[in-house]
Design a protein around this ligand. Structure first.
Ligand code: UDP
Ligand code: MG
Length: 313
C-alpha cells in the first residue's frame, strides 16, 4: 500500500463528505493504493454516522471511534498504530489542509529520501490572535530542538512508515512529532509550503490554553528525549553539584568557628545558604533516584529503534 491518510476528527460532520471526495479524486488521479483512517475522537455530533456512510461508498476508508474525547495526540497514536501504507500522511478533518498536497508530500519521502516532511502554512488563514503566539512558539521550538522548521504545529505532515511505528505520541505532543522523530534517529526532516484555507464549517477545537500546554509539552518532549531513560544523570548531577557546594560552604564556616570560638556562625547569611544547598542537593539526588526506579519499571525502558538486522530475531 502506498499511502495511509490519518485524519483525527472531533465534531466535524459537515466537512467529512467533501474531504473524502477530494481525497478520492486525488488518489484516483495519481493511481495510489491507499487507506484513509478516520479517527473519531469522541464526537458528539453525527460525525461517526458520516464516517460509516463514507465507508460504504469507499472501501478504502477505515473508521475508529473513541468512546470519549481523548485529544488529537491520542487519535494520531491509534492512527499510527493502524497505518499500513509506506508513507503516512496526517491531515486535519476541517478542510483547512488541502489533499492536493499529498502527491508531493509522498514524493518527497519516496524520492528525496526525507523521513518526515512538515507542512508550512506560509500564508495562513487564521485569526491574528493565533498567528502571533504561534510565531513566537515556533521560534522557541526551533531553538530548543535544533530543528529548522517554520511551522511545527501544521496538521499536514508526511512520514516514512518506520517513523510512525517508532514514535509514541501522547498528551499534546502532536505538535512535536518532528522532535520525537529526531530523538528516534530520523534526522532527515524537511518542509514544504502548503496551501491553507480558512475553516469552512464548525469551530476551532483548541483555545488559548494550547499555548500553556504546548509549552509544558515542549519541556517534557525535550527532557524525555534526553534524560527519559536515565533521569538520575540529570537530577543526580545537579544534586551532587548542590551538595558539594553546600558542603564546602559549611566546612568553611566550621573552620572559622574552630579558630575563633566567639564567632557567631548562625549570624552569617552564608550559613543558611549552605544548609539550603545541601538539603536541595540531597532532594534532587533522591528525586533522580526515584525517577530512575520508575524508569526501570516502565515498559519503554528498553524500547530502541532498530534500523536493520542481519538476522531475524
Ligand atoms: N481534533 C481532534 N480531537 C480534539 C481536538 C481536535 O481530533 O480533541 C481534530 C479536529 O477535528 C481537526 C484537527 O484535530 O481535524 C485540528 O483541530 P482544529 O482545526 O480545531 O485546530 P486548529 O486548526 O484550530 O489548530
Ligand atoms: Mg483547523
Amino acid at each position: 500500500m502506498d499511502l495511509s491518510i490519518v485524519i483525527p476528527l472531533f465534531n466535524e460532520e459537515e466537512s467529512l463528505p467533501e474531504l473524502e471526495a477530494w481525497i478520492r479524486r486525488v488518489m484516483d488521479e495519481h493511481k495510489f493504493s491507499y487507506e484513509v483512517i478516520m479517527i473519531d475522537d469522541g464526537s458528539r455530533d453525527g460525525s461517526w454516522k458520516v464516517v460509516e456512510s463514507l465507508i460504504e461508498k469507499n472501501p478504502n476508508v477505515k473508521g475508529i471511534k473513541f468512546r470519549r474525547n481523548y485529544g488529537k495526540s491520542a487519535a494520531l497514536y491509534v492512527g499510527f498504530e493502524t497505518a499500513e501504507g509506506e508513507v503516512v500522511i496526517t491531515m486535519d478533518a476541517d478542510l483547512q489542509d488541502s489533499p492536493d498536497e499529498i502527491p508531493e508530500l509522498y514524493r518527497m519521502i519516496k524520492e528525496d529520501g526525507y523521513d518526515l516532511v512538515s507542512g508550512w502554512k506560509k500564508k495562513r488563514h487564521d485569526p491574528l490572535s493565533k498567528r502571533i503566539p504561534s510565531k513566537f512558539y515556533n521560534a522557541i521550538t526551533r531553538k530548543i530542538s535544533g530543528i529548522q522548521l517554520n511551522d511545527f504545529n501544521c496538521g499536514l505532515k508526511s512520514y516514512r512508515k518506520a517513523v510512525v511505528k517508532s514514535i509514541e505520541v501522547y498528551g499534546e505532543m502532536h505538535r512535536y512529532t518532528p522532535i520525537l522523530a529526531k530523538w528516534s534517529g530520523f534526522y532527515n526532516i524537511g518542509e514544504k509550503v502548503v496551501e491553507h484555507h480558512a475553516r469552512k464549517f464548525g469551530y476551532s477545537k483548541f483555545g488559548m490554553e494550547r499555548f500553556v500546554k504546548g509549552f509544558l509539552d515542549l519541556f517534557s518532549v525535550t527532557f524525555i528525549g534526553k534524560f527519559g531513560k536515565r533521569p538520575l544523570h540529570f537530577f543526580g548531577t545537579l544534586g551532587t553539584l548542590f551538595f558539594i557546594g553546600g558542603f564546602f560552604i559549611l566546612a568553611y564556616l566550621s573552620y572559622e568557628k574552630l579558630i575563633d570560638q566567639e564567632y557567631g556562625i548562625a549570624d552569617r547569611p552564608l550559613f543558611y545558604f549552605g544548609i539550603l544547598t545541601l538539603i536541595m542537593g540531597t532532594q534532587l539526588f533522591v528525586t533522580g533516584f526515584l525517577a530512575e526506579l520508575l524508569v526501570r519499571n516502565s515498559s519503554t525502558r528498553n524500547r530502541y529503534v532498530i534500523e536493520k538486522r542481519t538476522h531475524p530475531k
